[in-house]
Design a protein around this ligand. Structure first.
Ligand SMILES: Cc1ncc(C[n+]2csc(CCOP(=O)(O)OP(=O)(O)O)c2C)c(N)n1
Length: 371
């Protein structure tokens, strides 16, 4: 394009292309279980690799059980996680129990790994007030349902840790849709400006309910949104557990060393509906896209990788999944056994110190409920 004033040529197309070259997708383990970048193979012990695979299997078992429970009307909200196991659990593995997790509504696998008793996750889903009461030692907040709100909160938590000299990081997850929200840009900008130790994840499962991510942005990657905040942005194959872990670990170290935040886009796929509240992905995704993405399932490549190392036998899986399911059902029973909630209890847990008006309301409901 020509600038009439001083006749300088500027090649906008080349500029855009040069931006995109900085955000090439990182992959370590390809779809066939072959290492494609030996420089990036993470330093995980055999034990850790097997544990990661087991955690992913547990997460798939939990997903499958939750779908049944939701269809039976025994859960409230449930956001399926099948397809996102590497994105969720290989990233989680890079963090420490004392790091602070700010999850979205689809991030229960990480939250339970971080220390939330599973029955509390079920109670949260059912809207039971006990599901909103997290153990004091759990370094996490409730999952955000307001899209993108956890991004600004993570910036604040990270800055708070930095100001108090706490040598930990905050880490948070949003979706591709979340990265279109104002909160997202405000949060990464603030964290960048104050060099807050935060790792921001965008799990790009390609759809915000029915809207494809390419309809939401002209950017060729979501990772490149980091550039405007002056922070590193990395695009990683979200179906590749080794790549997700390697990048997440490096990001945590970067943040912990005082360099500020990192934005990681894990490019992944949700194999099932957005939620169990009526979404039908067949209305906006063609059959070929399911076939294409199911072939990239993180289990396939990880299983081959472990089997070739002599660390795994396919026969182990069935029994393990059965055991996971039995454990999950015990937690369902604990949620079923929770006392029926009362309105007065909701009010009591609203604020740490109730206002005068709230005290009156609590007394009114306690009287009505016969306490
Ligand atoms: C501020 C706000 N706007 C709209 C909604 C309704 N809503 C719920 S889920 C969703 C899509 C989110 O998609 P994405 O961020 O890609 O996450 P995913 O569900 O795919 O994990 C929307 C728009 C909401 N919860 N919050």
């Amino acid at each position: 394009m020509k600038n009439d004033k001083n006749d300088i040529m500027f090649d906008f197309a080349a500029h855009l292309q040069s931006v995109e070259e900085n955000y090439k997708m990182i992959q370590v383990l390809d779809e066939t279980g072959k290492i494609v970048d030996s420089n990036l193979v993470p330093d995980l012990s055999d034990e850790q690799l097997v544990q990661l695979f087991k955690d992913m299997l547990w997460s798939r078992a939990l997903n499958d059980r939750c779908i049944i429970l939701a269809r039976q009307g025994r859960l409230g909200f449930f956001g399926p996680t099948a397809g996102q196991e590497a994105s969720q659990l290989a990233s989680y593995l890079a963090f420490d129990k004392k790091d602070f997790l700010l999850p979205g509504y689809r991030d229960f696998p990480q939250l339970v790994k971080h220390g939330l008793p599973l029955h509390k996750a079920f109670l949260w889903s059912r809207g039971h007030f006990e599901g909103g009461q997290f153990p004091a030692e759990l370094h996490a907040i409730l999952p955000q349902v307001i899209i993108g709100a956890q991004i600004t909160q993570a910036a604040g938590v990270g800055l708070g840790m930095k100001k108090r000299g706490i040598k930990q990081v905050a880490f948070t997850y949003t979706g591709d849709g979340g990265s279109s929200q104002g909160d997202f840009y405000e949060g990464i900008n603030f964290a960048g400006a104050f060099k807050a130790p935060v790792v921001f994840f965008i799990q790009n499962n390609q759809y915000a309910i029915s809207t494809h991510w390419r309809k939401q942005t002209a950017a060729n990657t979501l990772a490149q949104k980091a550039a405007a905040a002056g922070i590193p942005g990395v695009l990683v194959d979200g179906m590749d557990p080794l790549a997700v872990y390697a990048v997440s670990r490096a990001a945590r170290e970067w943040a912990l060393a005082g360099n500020g935040p990192v934005l990681i886009e894990t490019y992944t796929s949700r194999f099932q509906p957005h939620s169990l509240s009526g979404d039908d992905p067949k209305l906006y995704r063609d059959e070929a896209s399911f076939v294409e993405w199911e072939a990239k399932d993180p289990f396939i490549r990880m299983r081959i990788y472990l089997m070739e190392k002599g660390l795994w036998h396919k026969e182990q899986e069935e029994d393990l999944i059965k055991k996971f399911d039995m454990d999950i059902l015990k937690e369902v029973k604990m949620a079923d056994d929770a006392p029926k909630q009362k309105i007065s209890q909701f009010l009591e847990f609203m604020y740490e110190k109730p206002t005068e008006l709230l005290k009156e309301q609590i007394a009114y409901y306690k009287n009505k409920e016969g306490d």
